[in-house]
Design a protein around this ligand. Structure first.
Ligand code: 5AD
Ligand code: SF4
Length: 443
């Protein structure tokens, strides 16, 4: 008999990418294998995102395009889950728009996907299950990891911050930390299985344990994971600037295994906008955090998220952001045009910014960050960096991987190097990446 197969389409952040690995784990436990193409699949799963409107638009477009496939193959099962379906009223709207969807599940129901799937199979009718409230953390969901030598590990779920533009606290619920022992055990298994880089995931990793979990802080958790034997790297994201502590910086400094790289979203350089965003820090606070981080961890790479076009943002506010970006020297920054999200405070604010103004600002901002990134890239030229080989690019016939700072470096080498640490001498800048050649580091 032919194997039954699944195909997963993922939108959004690393958190979603990892959650798709859980959905894949569940499908495999049910005896399904990865489909070669979407057309061939018996089950198609969408893991959606709603952080900005264009993510939702893309998901809707993709789902709509499946109508034809469903008409051709009546047995095809289509499941849609994730952040988009978790918004109030969204599941009903989706079902109305696309009556051919078989299963709709929310972020809080992901770990129950196996039950929902079996229910759909047994009852042969669609299943909609979107719990309003987050449940207890459920350990032991199988994972089918697809990003060797990197592995994602959730350390906490949800967010308590309610930045006024952000939908995440509404669709992912309150902060819940996993037990340190469960996290450490998972990391230990990953290292034993040969993974070389672990990225700890949380909306705000610096508030790990604040929800009253055995008193283990994020800094202590980092130290516990770093004490696992073996050669591997630890990364973590995301850090909310208001919660980044010196203790975390000391932990980063003290272990060779912890990458000297912190993702620290600034969002805006204007105090007035930061206040309206409910970020709970000022630009001075942010610069102070940067200063102590770089003092404690010399050469620490910092990346950031920056938004333009928040309601009422003036040219003056924007110029303050530009000035801060020049000053902060981010290795790299993700830039976004503010997108109003229904149900958030900012969506109700007067003075939404015209699209053209926001677009013009983001172009100017990207240009500034590109200059900064280029300047930083130049400082890599001629240096030998230890790279974890992550993959092989067939078009370029080159291996690629990141150094400790997170900079992507391409270099000529054999595919068999994937999963190995290797020294690369940086020779050229290529966009935001670097080009180099294998190097033997002198003793
Ligand atoms: N519009 C635009 N960008 C947003 N982000 C979060 N919410 C919105 C929104 N409504 C950005 C923030 C965050 C990143 C993950 O996405 O910069 O740090
Ligand atoms: Fe959204 Fe703010 Fe929470 Fe980040 S910290 S997920 S931006 S509410």
């Amino acid at each position: 008999m032919e194997n039954r197969t699944y195909h997963i389409v993922t939108f959004g952040c690393q958190m979603n990418v990892h959650e798709s690995e859980k959905l894949a784990g569940i499908m495999r436990e049910l005896g399904y294998e990865v489909a070669r193409t979407e057309e061939e699949a018996d089950v198609i799963l969408f893991n959606t995102c709603c952080i900005r409107e264009n993510a939702e638009d893309r998901a809707r477009g993709n789902i709509g395009a499946l109508k034809k496939l469903k008409q051709k193959n009546k047995d095809l099962i289509i499941a849609v889950g994730g952040c988009m379906t978790q918004q109030p009223g969204a599941a009903e709207k989706l079902k109305k728009m696309f009556p051919f969807i078989d299963i709709i599940f929310g972020t809080h129901n992901l770990e129950n996907f196996k039950e929902l799937f079996l229910r759909r199979i047994a009852a042969k009718r669609s299943v909609v299950s979107v719990d309003e409230k987050e449940g207890e953390i459920r350990e032991g969901t199988p994972k089918f990891r697809t990003s060797y030598p990197n592995a994602w590990v959730n350390i906490m779920y949800g967010c308590n911050n309610f930045c006024t533009y952000c939908i995440v606290p509404y669709v992912r619920g309150r902060e819940r930390s996993r037990k340190a022992e469960d996290i450490v055990a998972e990391c230990r298994r990953l290292i034993r299985d040969g993974y070389k880089e672990i990225t700890l995931l949380g909306q705000n990793v610096n508030s790990y344990g604040n929800d009253g979990n055995e008193g283990v802080t994020f800094a202590q958790l980092l130290r516990q994971i770093a004490s696992i034997e073996g050669k591997f790297r630890i990364r973590f994201m995301t850090s909310h600037p208001k919660d980044l502590s010196r203790d975390v910086a000391y932990a980063v400094r003290d272990s060779e295994k912890i990458c000297k790289a912190v993702h620290l979203p600034i969002q805006s350089g204007s105090d007035r906008i930061l206040r309206l965003m409910n970020r709970r820090y000022t630009r001075e606070d942010y610069l102070e955090k940067l200063a102590f981080l770089r003092e404690i961890v010399p050469g620490c790479a910092v990346t950031s998220d920056i938004m333009v076009g928040f309601p009422s943002e003036t040219e003056k506010d924007f110029l303050e952001t530009c000035e801060l970006v020049r000053k902060a020297k981010f290795l790299n920054a993700f830039t976004f045009v503010y997108s109003p999200r229904k149900g958030t405070k900012a969506a109700e604010m007067d003075e939404q910014i015209p699209e053209e103004t926001a677009k013009d600002r983001i172009m100017r901002l990207i240009e500034i960050q590109n200059e900064v990134s280029r300047e930083i890239s130049e400082s890599y030229l001629g240096k030998v960096r230890e790279v974890l080989c992550e993959g092989y690019d067939r078009e370029k016939s080159m291996c690629y991987g990141r150094d400790d700072s997170g900079k992507m470096i391409y270099f000529k080498a054999d595919e068999s190097l994937i999963g190995e640490f290797t020294d690369v001498e940086v020779e050229k800048i290529a966009g935001i990446s670097l080009l180099g050649k294998s190097a033997k580091r002198g003793k």
